[in-house]
Design a protein around this ligand. Structure first.
Ligand SMILES: NC(=O)c1ccc[n+]([C@@H]2O[C@H](COP(=O)([O-])OP(=O)(O)OC[C@H]3O[C@@H](n4cnc5c(N)ncnc54)[C@H](O)[C@@H]3O)[C@@H](O)[C@H]2O)c1
Length: 399
């Protein structure tokens, strides 16, 4: 008997989510090939991953609006997705839109709160009531769709960095704070708690905290929930994690690594706020020291340039030293359509997490490290080594 599984997106009308939903519809109808999808590589063909038609979509969003309009707007600004494709998948977009529920906000900061509908922005209920709302929406989604399982994937705007020091280390200490309006958790963690309490697997594609703190890990463990994160590795950082090992292997000393990123979508607009930007820079900057074994001078800038829309240009300048102290330079320019790079990885993470949950696996799925800029529980940042972890997991499961 075939399984039917729900993909629940937080930030369901955002850029990445719009392309996830459009791409899934195109795959379900056989209107596109599987280019860009890691889970479709031959090496994973024996895993019995979920088929595209067995996926149902729903989610939470804080902005009012209509998914079809969001996708049309994305099409205009990114100059991707053909008119013909949009016409063909419009019924699926409307169906997905009908399963999008009003989201929640808590400690979200000004840049995100400004995006929200007034009733969501002004909702001052304590976290415990907001979590109950999400739990109820997830239950309704699961029951109405007769779903065997649900995977929640966080695709919401990047939150300001959470004050991790203020979050208690155990669930027993954290739980009472959920009744207080000064609870230290950010919104992403409230969604994570709701997912765990609803028996859903959880993936955090953003730099926000979500389940990445001791007390929520403990809750996930107690509820045997599979979870993974943090911050999808789609462009400049992907190349960095493939390239830095080459310098290490040739014993070339990287003296400085500078990366300038410019793009103009809503994600970039939110990241233009220094509080939100700091969270992103932290996940993009963490990997060089681990790969190289020392910390070269590094600098990362992220600038909002409206005319670029969803197209990101990253220019990296690597200043390194070779034999007899000779200084040399490598530069690369990455020009990628952000949501087109991210969306297939979201679908991969959904299928692989669902497969792990189906196999009874729980806790942090550290073998998904190659998908993340700042993978939970994994200090290994070398892309090739990270990919080996994924292959090893697949091999073990197929044995
Ligand atoms: N595009 C990429 O290549 C990429 C790579 C790695 C990580 N990410 C991360 O993925 C996330 C989504 O990126 P995007 O380009 O789609 O951004 P986006 O701004 O287009 O979409 C984010 C959506 O989340 C919604 N939202 C914000 N807070 C919410 C909440 N509490 N509940 C429900 N909805 C909420 C916003 O209204 C918006 O629709 C960002 O955090 C981004 O940093 C993106």
């Amino acid at each position: 008997m075939s399984r039917r599984v729900g993909l629940w997106l937080i930030g369901a009308r955002g850029g990445v989510a719009s392309v996830v939903i459009s791409g899934l519809a195109a795959l379900q109808r056989g209107l596109t090939d599987n280019c860009g999808l890691v889970s479709c590589l031959l090496t994973f063909s024996g895993l019995e991953l979920l088929d595209w038609p067995d996926v149902a979509i729903g989610g939470h969003e804080i902005r009012p609006g209509c998914l079809v309009d969001e996708v049309r707007q994305f099409q205009r600004s990114s100059r991707t997705l053909s008119d013909q494709l949009l016409e063909q998948i419009e019924p699926e977009l409307r169906q997905a839109d009908a399963a999008i529920r009003p989201g929640i906000l808590f400690r979200a900061g000004d840049a995100i709160t400004r995006l929200a509908a007034p009733d969501i922005a002004g909702d001052d209920r304590p976290p415990v009531e907001k979590i109950a709302q999400v739990v109820s929406d997830l239950r309704e989604f699961r029951e109405s769709g007769q779903l065997d399982h649900v995977v929640m994937i966080n695709l919401a705007s990047t939150e300001p960095e959470a004050d991790v020091g203020a979050i208690p280390d155990t669930w027993a200490e954290l739980e009472p704070t959920l009744h207080q309006t000064d609870c230290p958790l950010p919104t992403s963690s409230l969604y994570a708690i709701a997912a765990i309490q609803s028996g859903c697997s959880l993936v955090n594609f953003t730099p926000s905290l979500a389940s990445d703190c001791a007390a929520i890990r403990e809750l996930a463990k107690a509820n045997t929930i599979a979870h993974a994160g943090r911050d999808g590795k789609t462009g400049e950082t992907l190349i960095k994690s493939a390239l830095a090992p080459a310098f290490a292997m040739r014993n070339l000393q990287v003296m400085s690594w500078v990366g300038h990123n410019i793009f103009g979508n809503m994600d970039a607009q939110v990241l233009d706020d220094p509080e939100n930007k700091q969270a992103k820079v932290a996940t993009k900057d963490g990997l060089l020291g681990e790969i190289l074994g020392y910390d070269p001078q590094s600098h990362i800038s992220i600038e909002y340039i409206r005319s670029m829309g969803d197209w990101k240009t990253a220019w990296d300048h690597i200043h390194f030293r070779g034999f007899l102290g000779t200084p040399m330079v490598m530069q690369f320019t990455w020009q990628g359509c952000d949501s087109m790079l991210a969306a297939p990885l979201v679908l991969d993470l959904f299928r692989l997490t669902e497969r792990a949950a189906r196999a009874g696996q729980s806790g942090v799925l550290d073998w998904l490290a190659c998908f993340f800029k700042s993978p939970m529980d994994v200090s290994e940042n070398n892309l090739t080594h990270q990919f080996s972890l994924l292959q090893q997991w697949a091999g073990d499961l197929q044995r």
